[in-house]
Design a protein around this ligand. Structure first.
Ligand code: ADP
Length: 429
């Protein structure tokens, strides 16, 4: 029963969200490849059950987010996907101008499907939806700290209202009492809402059991929208339909051999703790951008330090610093210039590491990871085993020889993340 091409085509509104979704799909038995940015028309379709196109469309102007998302959808349709998924944040990060509503409107229109469910719930991360209201742990979204988010302040937890402000369509609710009754009842409730002319249904979900039932109820929906949580129910539909074989090896990656390294540009508390835990175990270079506020010179320091150091153990190179030192560099150079300087240095060092035969690289920091991926010319990541929740090893293809990359958003990972990343990898081989 081998299926001829990808089944699920996904569009994610940011990079780490895309990886989170991809890891969820791999965990539920779909071989998954993440593509960075809208693929070119001539790009080969990867051999995978699911493809996740990672966009940067969460906070771009709505027109740009819509254009990129439509281009991604068109590419995924040409690739022959059977169902489409629009992934946004489990805290529904958006403003009255978008971009969840405008992008979903465009996808519904292009797929001519008239309706899509919307469910950001992610119970594992304590995001639940009850009576249409989004909770973060025990508090409503608008009391969770998200009301102060610099770009997408969430001041209303009622998702029916929030989404209604972003669309010219209308929004209904499939509430908890219906969801509790299982897939068939949820499916009928969504069909009824569609027949009443609703374009969207916010669907309550408090447990993974609810998410699986919602996934089953959406088996025939051309478009599903939500957080990564609601995707846990979708692979089973393809298996039930005879399109997806059992894949005990969905997280298998092509082997690579070479040196190993860690590059840290995140200054989050979690990353600083991970550096502290690794420092006494691994050869470690801590760059000081305050003493050397020059990207080329920082990269030169790393080059000199690397001579003779790449061997069997991973090396750690970090620019990370505690808040007072970060603030000082920002005060001297300006916030953006300080960030860009360090990102440039770390990207150059990543290029150097690859040139010197590093083939397994952990990168800490979302923006840092973006700079590294751009420098290495990486366009495609095959998703492998998770090191910690939300951070899988990936097999990267691009300009340089294939490498394994683990791209860690700053706050993710346990204190021993840098040490266990390579142990977990040995286990996965
Ligand atoms: P996170 O995922 O923790 O937010 P990012 O990589 O997205 O990490 O952001 C961290 C930012 O801090 C990057 O722009 C990085 O270049 C910058 N940075 C790293 N080290 C320093 C430092 N010592 N001083 C100032 N800025 C730094």
């Amino acid at each position: 029963m081998p299926q001829p091409g990808p089944l699920l085509g996904c569009i994610a509104d940011d990079f780490t969200g895309a990886t989170d979704l991809a890891a969820t799909l791999v965990g539920n038995g779909m071989r998954t490849v993440q593509l960075i940015g809208v693929p070119d028309a001539g790009d080969a379709v990867p051999d995978a059950d699911a493809i996740v196109v990672a966009l940067k469309s969460r906070t771009t102007p709505a027109a740009q987010a819509v254009a990129d998302s439509r281009a991604a959808l068109a590419w995924l349709r040409r690739a022959g996907c059977r169902q489409y998924f629009f992934k946004y944040c489990s805290t529904f990060d958006s403003t009255p101008a978008g971009n969840i509503g405008p992008v979903a409107d465009a996808l519904v229109s292009d797929l001519d499907c008239g309706f899509a469910l919307a469910c950001p719930a992610f119970p594992t991360n304590r995001r639940t939806v009850y009576q249409g209201h989004l909770f973060v742990g025990a508090v409503l979204l608008n009391e969770s700290g998200m009301e102060h988010h610099p770009l997408t302040p969430m001041t209303d937890a009622n998702l029916v209202r929030v989404l209604s402000r972003q669309t010219d369509g209308t929004v209904g609710l499939v509430a908890f009492a219906t969801v509790e009754q299982g897939a068939a009842v949820i499916r009928d409730a969504m069909t009824a809402l569609k027949e009443q002319g609703r374009r969207y249904a916010i669907v309550d979900a408090v447990t993974d059991g609810h998410l699986r039932a919602i996934g089953a109820a959406a088996a025939a929906h051309p478009l599903v929208t939500g957080g990564s949580g609601v995707a846990i129910g979708l692979p089973a539909n393809f298996r039930a339909g005879g399109m997806l074989p059992e894949r005990p090896d969905s997280a298998a990656l092509p082997a690579v051999s070479g040196h190993a390294a860690i590059l840290a540009g995140s200054c989050s508390r979690a990353t600083l703790g991970q550096i502290a835990a690794a420092r006494s175990h691994l050869p470690t270079l801590e760059l000081d951008p305050l003493a050397t506020p020059n990207a080329a010179q920082l990269a030169d320091q790393a080059r000199a330090w690397l001579d003779g150091r790449l061997g069997s153990a991973p090396v750690l190179i970090a620019a990370s610093a505690p808040p007072d030192r970060v603030a000082e560099l920002q005060r001297r150079l300006g916030r953006d210039a300080a960030g860009a300087l360090v990102e440039q240095a770390l990207a150059a060092i990543a290029g150097e590491l690859a040139a010197r035969g590093v083939r397994r690289l952990v990168v800490a920091g979302g923006e840092t990871a973006g700079a590294v991926v751009t420098q290495l010319g990486v366009r495609s990541l095959r998703i492998g085993p998770e090191i910690d929740p939300g951070v899988p090893w990936t097999h990267a293809e691009g300009r340089l020889p294939p490498m394994w990359l683990a791209l860690k958003s700053g706050n993710f990972g346990a204190p021993d993340f840098f040490l266990k990343a390579f142990t977990a990898q040995e286990d996965a081989r």
